[in-house]
Ligand binder design. Structure first.
Ligand code: NAD
Length: 331
């Protein structure tokens, strides 16, 4: 058992979070994560409408009695998103924890706060973490350059970003990007975080609602098998490197590409097709460098139990063993 400010304030058994993942964060995964004692987030925009999100929240509640939250990501999209209506659906469903990401969540905070919702803001820079604390967020999820999805444009890996953020924020902080095992959790705690977020690692679990070929692709992958796209559009995304990401990058290399030149390749609909059918080249799908640390497809409970058991072993045996016994004469 490892207790941190995050587990205490958010009422979670273990300091492990499964953050938003487009087309992955649905009831099957989130309820399994919750039952394993970690904090799972439904991904709001994976649901085609606010009404569908309301139904998905109810479906998740039918599958677990443990706490879970909803992720609301604000990034450029191909179609306009009715964010206020999604936020309203969250409030009306009685959700108690929200993860915001992608942009400043200030416009949603009054409604969330009035409903007693705790807000974890996921961001990729120290300045945005400081701002999130200032506007009233309850926790930060700080996302290093290793992460899947959108790492921002500063390219600061977690080893520097996490302690830099810890020096500047006083609310609880989750370390995100590159985390997938007990070594990562202990490192996150040592760097000043109160827990760790895992995305890609939770994709390679039995309950993740994606095709087994995708899970096996993650098992087979090394830390070198991701690619960055959208760099030229300043909306950088880390994805699993495949034929489509190569094509996007060759178009972007021309220097003057717009979203219109690549939208037929990058649409979320095509990415969902890859995850659903197992055709790894069907579209763009997010994956982090942590793929190099994924070697199996356990259940969420097996994964979380293993991480917690090994984390305690690392702290109590490996690290404690590095400290020589203090001779009685020195006491
Ligand atoms: P989509 O089909 O609307 O767009 C596909 C991709 O193109 C997304 O990465 C999007 O950010 C990007 N894009 C769209 N319009 C753009 C523009 N004008 N300029 C630059 N880039 C543009 O997206 P979707 O798959 O339906 O996902 C919905 C939203 O949720 C997206 O913004 C997605 O990035 C985001 N999301 C990301 C994560 C993550 O970081 N892993 C998790 C949850 C949701």
């Amino acid at each position: 058992m490892i207790s941190t400010r995050f587990t205490e304030i958010f009422g979670i058994e273990h300091p492990i979070v499964q953050g938003g993942m487009q087309n992955v964060g649905v009831a099957e995964l989130v309820s399994a994560v919750a039952d394993a004692g970690a904090l799972g987030f439904l991904t709001a925009l994976t649901q085609p409408s606010p009404e569908a999100l309301t139904r998905e929240i109810a479906r998740t509640r039918g599958m677990t009695d443990r706490p879970f939250g909803v992720n609301l990501t604000i990034l450029p999209t191909l179609k306009p998103i009715p964010y206020e209506e999604y936020a309203q659906a969250v409030v009306e469903s009685g959700i108690e924890i929200v993860e915001t990401a992608g942009n400043n969540p200030q416009r949603f905070l009054p409604a969330f706060k009035a409903a007693g919702i705790k807000v974890v803001h996921k961001c990729t820079s120290v300045r945005h973490a400081v701002k999130a604390e200032k506007i009233g967020c309850d926790a930060i999820s700080i996302d290093g350059f290793e992460c899947a999805g959108h790492p921002g444009e500063d390219d600061i890996p977690g080893l520097v970003l996490i302690p830099c953020a810890a020096d500047r924020v006083s609310i609880p902080m989750i370390a995100s990007g590159g985390f997938g095992d007990a070594r990562g959790l202990v490192a996150a705690l040592a760097l000043g975080a109160d827990g760790m977020n895992m995305g890609t690692r939770f994709m390679a679990t039995r309950e993740a609602p994606i095709h087994d070929n995708i899970k096996q692709a993650l098992v087979a992958a090394t830390e070198r098998d991701t690619a960055l796209i959208f760099r030229s559009l300043r909306n950088t995304a880390r994805v699993f490197r495949n034929a489509v990401s190569d094509e996007v990058n060759s178009i972007e290399a021309g220097g003057d590409a717009t979203i219109d030149d690549i939208k037929h390749l990058v649409s979320g609909e095509r990415g969902k097709q890859a995850l659903d059918t197992g055709d790894t080249d069907a579209g763009i799908w997010s994956a982090g460098m942590v793929a190099g640390l994924i070697h199996d497809v356990p259940t969420c409970r097996e994964l979380v139990d293993r991480i917690m058991r090994e984390a305690v072993e690392i702290i109590d045996a490996r690290l404690a063993g590095m400290r020589p016994a203090v001779p009685a004469s020195a006491l």
